[in-house]
Design a protein around this ligand. Sequence first.
Ligand code: NAD
Length: 387
Amino acid sequence: MDINSKFSILTPSNIVVGNNSVEKIGEEATKLGANKVLIITDIGIIKSGIVNKVKELLEQKNIDVGIFDEVKPEPHTDVVYNCMSKVEKENYNLLIGLGGGSVIDVTKAVSILITNKGNLNDYYGFNKVKKPGLKKIQIPTTAGTGSEVTYVSVLIDENEEKVVIYSPYLFSDLAIIDPLLTLSMPPKITAYTGMDALAHAIESYTSVDANIFTDALSLKAISLIGRSLRKAVFQGDKNIESRYNMSIASLFAGISFINAGCNAVHALALALGGKYHLPHGLSNALMIPYVIDFNLPGSFEKFANIAKALGEQVEGLSIIESARKTVNAIKMLSEDIGIPQRLRDINIKKEDILDLAKTAIKANRLLVHNPRLISLDDIVKIYKTAW
Ligand code: NAD
């Protein structure tokens, strides 16, 4: 252990975890002083019956409940403004984000815009938000983004570009992680979101800014995903243990990546997902093996640990041989859960690669954490290999 290691860790102030923990929502909302609550969600979550359940739990504590269900996957900024007008008109004193990362990110943005006023583009980038937002509880129904414990909100602006707000005021006042809420996730969304969590875990573990705290979370997340993602995808609501493990993996990887940083997988995936409007988890899944193959020499030891955490047989192998097993382990996992393996499989145009690389290289906030220095040429080569 490096006894000179110094680090600080940012997390939300309160995280409640466990099967059926959502039952505490009424009590927790009351503790936060709420008597009029807006549940922010989307149509998929309404259909799953989860919203009704949470609404009833709140009403049992005499809390007035409104519902805003217009969030769409990979949300645009206009949905934030629509939701904001409802909050202003109807005077809510607590927001509850109930859904996947899309819903949670919208809830964060509404919360800070209500109190800080102005336009969203006043707040893109780091620490531009001046004061705390309206109180918010975040309850994930997917297991992947970790957004319920991050201080990040990702939106798509009017130019169809991904924009990001980073501010400690985006942290939830309470995150409730109830794995049973993920049981209704269809296989494809389970697969995409699970690969998002894997990307967070691997990138934070191999980040040049990782520390002993983030390492512990990331490595545990990787091993949970290695043994649970296939079952979560293929056994749906029949395997509660695998859903529990995936929720914990997503939570651990979320805390880890906001403290250690994501790196080139996310830089290349965001460029791809932004241009082609792909689900975030799918873009990450497409890039992970190819970026890792490039990154291996930057951190053979850590990639060797990842191979072991993913269940690869590494006894008797050298560190370099073990590390190389990571790439294949991830390809097999991704293929097993039905994720396309090549950019061409989802109709990405080869002639777009240079443009994609030019967008990806601009994500310096991510690339500074990469375990291997990376140039525009390197990024072009990685996209070409992935194509
Ligand atoms: P999502 O929120 O976009 O949801 C995808 C679909 O899954 C929706 O149609 C939704 O209705 C459905 N769904 C979700 N939970 C369900 C359930 N339990 N049962 C049935 N259907 C369900 O998916 P996501 O991958 O969780 O979020 C992606 C978004 O999160 C992207 O916009 C991405 O940029 C963002 N993100 C944010 C952070 C962060 O830290 N802020 C991190 C990673 C990703």
